[in-house]
Design a protein around this ligand. Structure first.
Ligand SMILES: CC(C)(COP(=O)(O)OP(=O)(O)OC[C@H]1O[C@@H](n2cnc3c(N)ncnc32)[C@H](O)[C@@H]1OP(=O)(O)O)[C@@H](O)C(=O)NCCC(=O)NCCS
Length: 190
């Protein structure tokens, strides 16, 4: 099972579970590290798709996440990371990095199972995605979210949707809520 560098390379053997991106974010005024076991964030695989659908379903129902079809998840599985229970491997959280250009990507589909929220899994997922973004040499990531405070806490800054026409064309243009959108744009320069 491939484990993303954000957890293993930076945290393993150091006695610290904080990854380098966490340290960078921490210098930007973020909260103390979470107490995560190492090796829990990994790249998603096709076998995770049913669990991704199940995890996201309640948040799609509340409008916190955009609906994504099984086809879409399978087709873009390489964009996704998951956080898995070390014991039985069940999927506790997920997120995706959707690349729009050589400079810009979106953090999307970030979700943690309700009974596991508040213990640092969302942070770990976001940091895994930010590590990927930096590895790709991207300059900026953004998110459109109804939970802006989560992102602001982790170093993002408020932004304007109009700064990201790629997103508007990819998703907003066909979104049923495009005229009553309550999502807030946030962005982080890498
Ligand atoms: C948003 C979400 C991913 C956060 O996951 P989580 O695992 O509970 O978050 P963490 O425990 O890693 O929290 C990291 C920090 O963000 C803070 N935080 C978490 N959720 C927050 C929220 N909704 N508003 C403000 N701060 C929040 C935490 O207090 C923590 O700060 P601390 O370290 O100072 O205590 C999770 O609540 C979720 O799945 N929500 C439903 C789906 C959703 O709305 N996704 C966002 C769409 S882009």
């Amino acid at each position: 099972m491939k484990v993303l560098p954000v957890v293993r390379e930076q945290g393993a053997g150091s006695g610290s579970r904080r990854s380098e991106p966490q340290e960078r974010l921490a210098t930007e005024g973020t909260a103390p590290r979470s107490l995560l076991p190492e090796g829990v964030v990994r790249a998603a695989v096709l076998a995770d798709v049913p669990a991704l659908e199940a995890l996201q379903a309640p948040y799609v129902a509340t409008g916190d996440l955009l609906p994504r079809s099984n086809y879409d998840l399978c087709r873009h599985i390489k964009e996704w990371v998951v956080v898995a229970e070390p014991g039985d491997g069940s999927i506790l959280g997920c997120g995706a990095l959707k690349i729009y250009s050589a400079e810009l990507a979106e953090v999307a589909g970030l979700a943690v199972r309700r009974d596991r929220q508040g213990v640092g899994l969302g942070r770990a997922l976001l940091e895994a995605l930010l590590t990927q973004a930096r590895d790709h040499g991207l300059a900026q990531v953004f998110a459109l979210t109804r939970k802006p405070d989560f992102f602001l806490r982790l170093g993002f800054a408020p932004a304007e949707k109009e700064q990201f026409p790629e997103k508007v064309w990819a998703d907003c243009a066909r979104c049923p809520r495009q005229n009553c959108c309550d999502e807030i744009a946030v962005a982080l320069r890498l």
